[in-house]
Design a protein around this ligand. Structure first.
Ligand code: NAP
Length: 254
């Protein structure tokens, strides 16, 4: 995370409780640090215990709770969310990608991607919204989507289709949760060279044509994604609801 994220301060976030899924690596890990910097209490959910141990080493217990959980396990997610104290915001960030040609998509690959990116995403959002409603919290849910939700990318059948579903989930949630005072937005980044981004885009044969399609001519940094997320949680975004916010250097404008 760069200093420029640390310079962004939203006093209204101070003391708020935030759940971040996929908190162990990449964008999620960056979000944990940025939210703690805003004086939030962060409930960091991720699959690999050693990633959570690293977060615990870095931050104080007073600012952070870690929960080791595979969000695609329906029953375990139900029990984990039952045990959580109420919270104000959910960053529904955990995601996976399997790349390969359309003609080679397998049932296992389909299930692996859709179980996390769509089914678990919906489930975590649903449980979070129920908790917010039952505690009369006017919360915010940010769904981590992608530019891939709106444009077909070579070898990204499952990822593109799953993120298109995330965008529609955001719109459905905005329709049904808006009247309950819960705002929902999608954030749609371009490539970020996290572990996931490197897996798909570190080969210049693939990255150069992609860069050529981005008017700003660069991929996003983790901090470029964090700052719009913080804005979406803030009071400045009080009427930002049901939309898909590109963080893509203009990729989707073409
Ligand atoms: P990443 O570096 O691969 O990190 C993903 C994190 O999510 C990891 O900590 C991973 O844990 C966790 N996770 C995955 N499946 C999980 C599950 N079933 N249960 C619990 N935790 C799980 O990915 P990233 O680049 O930060 O991506 C974060 C989000 O941004 C994703 O939704 C992704 O689709 C989206 N996004 C990424 C890019 C990009 O280019 N990187 C662009 C647009 C959107 P383990 O490692 O332990 O499995």
């Amino acid at each position: 995370m760069t200093d420029s994220v640390d310079e962004v301060v939203y006093p209204e976030l101070s003391g708020k409780r935030v759940v971040v899924t996929g908190a162990g690596k990449g964008i999620g890990e960056g979000l944990v640090g940025a939210l703690i910097k805003q004086s939030c209490f962060v409930i960091a959910i991720s699959r690999t215990q050693s990633d959570l141990d690293k977060l615990r080493e870095k931050y104080e217990d007073t600012q952070l709770q870690t929960v080791q959980l595979d969000i695609s396990n329906w029953q375990e997610v139900e029990s984990a969310f039952e045990r959580l104290d109420p919270f104000h915001y959910l960053i529904n960030n955990a995601g996976v990608s399997i790349v390969g040609p359309f003609l080679e998509v397998s049932e296992n690959d389909y299930d692996s991607v859709f179980n996390v990116n769509v089914k678990a995403h919906l489930h975590v959002a649903q449980l979070s919204a129920k908790k917010m409603v039952s505690h009369n919290i006017k919360g915010v849910i940010v769904n981590m989507s992608s530019q891939a939700s709106q444009k077909p990318l070579q070898d990204h059948t499952l990822y593109c289709c799953s993120k298109a579903a995330v965008d529609m989930l955001t719109r459905i949630m905005s329709l049904e949760l808006g009247p309950k005072g819960i705002r929902t937005v999608s954030i749609n980044p371009t490539v970020v060279l996290t572990q996931m981004g490197k897996m798909a885009w570190s080969d210049p044969v693939k990255s150069e044509p992609m860069l050529a399609r981005i008017p700003l001519g660069k991929f996003a940094e983790v901090s470029d994604v964090i700052k719009p997320v913080l804005f979406c949680l803030s009071e400045g975004a009080a009427m930002v609801h049901g939309c898909h916010l590109p963080v893509d250097g203009g990729f989707l404008s073409l």
